[in-house]
Design a protein around this ligand. Structure first.
Ligand SMILES: Cc1ncc(COP(=O)(O)O)c(C=O)c1O
Length: 427
């Protein structure tokens, strides 16, 4: 399927009546996912920090042991004994659910303690827990941004932010070229020429699909000059960046968070859930106005206790972050031949795949060789942005990284298969 024709087909599907839309969309998925129609493709059971048990028709029939290079559990904390013990104790004490929203039923001391620890981690006055990182972005946008405000975001800003910002008039949402301070400045100065009100600027602390960092000092300085409020989504930076893993602000030696840091518990903190770290008055505005806070059940005991123990583990197990850094350095050297700069600093390694190559087939070959990596393929990203994403953890061994690098070099050098989908069904 050519780039143009597949995009044309997606646009065409949007214009159909409901039942035709469903039928056509599932046919497109089946075509793109090689007839299976199963976008998950893998049944996955973790049996250790970095090993996965994958049952997948694409990876030799049946269940195979593969080494996991697709997890966001960068420090292996979801498998740490004290984190698991904390979760078990919380279930014993409180059961499996708090069965209500924080506004209806109040916060449990477990929640309050975790909010305090997250605020301390990010060096803010307080923090607000949300059901997920996705819900955290919905929360601050819906609670704080008014119709007459502007948001200006990096073009690679996360989907959760985009979904939230969609409620704003189109003219009030702008996107600047990835990591470009001049382009950010161009937008801010245009807006400021006739708007004295509030402007929010949204960036990520570590870009989830690209693995690179924002030029944060320059972005904060530019925001300050134009009187804009910076929001930094540090979902992937939390636990992985900075001398003690506090995230992107610590990485750049910036002590004060000027406005908001958004985060998730679902990556290096080994749990699930999200948070907004900020000043007390901003937190109160979120608690009082964000529908994803008010109308959604509070995080369950096991999850909150696990995340709380994981925050403690950041301080108590600095050797994990040291091992992660060593592994990142080693992987950067080994994956240099595939286009990775040798001074790569983040645990996310994006390996470019030529447009029109079949990323699914490529990832399947890697799976057959015993390794689980993520394929980031069309239509989730434009064809020219397709990639294989390798996520490094502190728990990988040097031998595992070496074996993956050898395999990737072989698979990628042998020429990636063409995307094989039928033109015939196109509108
Ligand atoms: C930058 C960013 N923000 C938010 C999220 C959403 O986090 P969660 O999985 O907690 O909903 C993600 C997860 O992919 C992310 O990468």
């Amino acid at each position: 399927m050519s780039r143009l024709s597949s995009l044309k087909r997606m646009l065409h599907i949007q214009s159909l009546p409901f039942q035709d839309r469903i039928t056509e969309a599932s046919a497109l998925i089946a075509t793109l996912y090689r007839g299976s129609g199963d976008i998950h493709r893998r049944e996955f059971a973790v049996d250790g920090p970095c090993r996965g048990s994958v049952s997948n028709a694409d990876v030799r029939n049946g269940t195979e042991q593969v080494v996991m290079f697709g997890s966001n559990d960068y420090l292996g904390l979801s498998q740490l004994a004290e984190v698991k013990q904390a979760a078990l104790r919380a279930v014993e004490q409180f059961g499996t659910s708090f069965s209500g929203s924080p506004v209806m039923n109040g916060l449990n001391p477990l929640h309050t303690e975790l909010e305090r620890k997250l605020a301390a981690l990010k060096n803010t006055q307080t923090s607000v827990l949300l059901p997920s990182g996705f819900a955290a972005n919905l929360a601050w946008v819906r609670a704080l941004v008014a119709e007459h405000d502007y948001v200006v975001a990096d073009q690679y800003g996360h989907t959760s932010f985009r979904e939230a910002a969609r409620a704003l008039p189109k003219a009030r949402r702008r996107f600047f070229a990835h990591n470009s301070i001049p382009d950010l400045e161009r937008h801010l100065s245009e807006i400021r020429s006739d708007h004295a009100g509030t402007i929010f600027v949204f960036v990520e602390g570590l870009y989830s699909m690209h693995g690179d960092l924002p030029p944060l000092p320059g972005i904060l300085e530019t925001c300050e000059r134009y009187g804009a409020l910076p929001v930094v989504d540090d979902a992937h930076g939390t636990g992985t960046l900075g001398p003690t893993g506090r995230g992107v602000f610590e990485h750049f030696g910036i002590r004060e968070v000027p406005f908001i840091v958004v985060g998730t518990l679902s990556k290096a903190l080994g749990a699930v859930g999200g948070f907004v770290a900020c000043k007390k008055d901003v937190a109160l505005a979120i608690r009082a106005n964000a529908s994803s806070y008010i109308f959604s059940a509070s995080l369950p005991p096991a999850t909150v206790a696990a995340a709380s123990a994981a925050v403690d583990a950041l301080a108590n197990h600095p050797e994990r972050l040291e091992r992660l850094r060593r592994n990142i350095r080693h992987a950067a050297n080994r994956l240099h031949a595939l286009g990775v700069p040798k001074d790569w600093q983040s645990p996310i390694f994006p390996l470019e795949v030529p447009a029109n190559s079949d990323v699914t087939a490529l990832v399947t070959s890697v799976g057959q060789g015993g390794f689980f990596v993520n394929g980031v393929s069309f239509p989730a990203v434009p064809l020219e942005d397709q990639r294989v994403r390798v996520s490094i953890s502190s728990e990988h061994t040097t031998a595992q990284i070496d074996a993956l690098a050898d395999l990737l070099e072989r698979v990628m050098a042998s020429g990636t298969p063409e995307l094989d989908v039928q033109e015939a069904r196109l509108a």
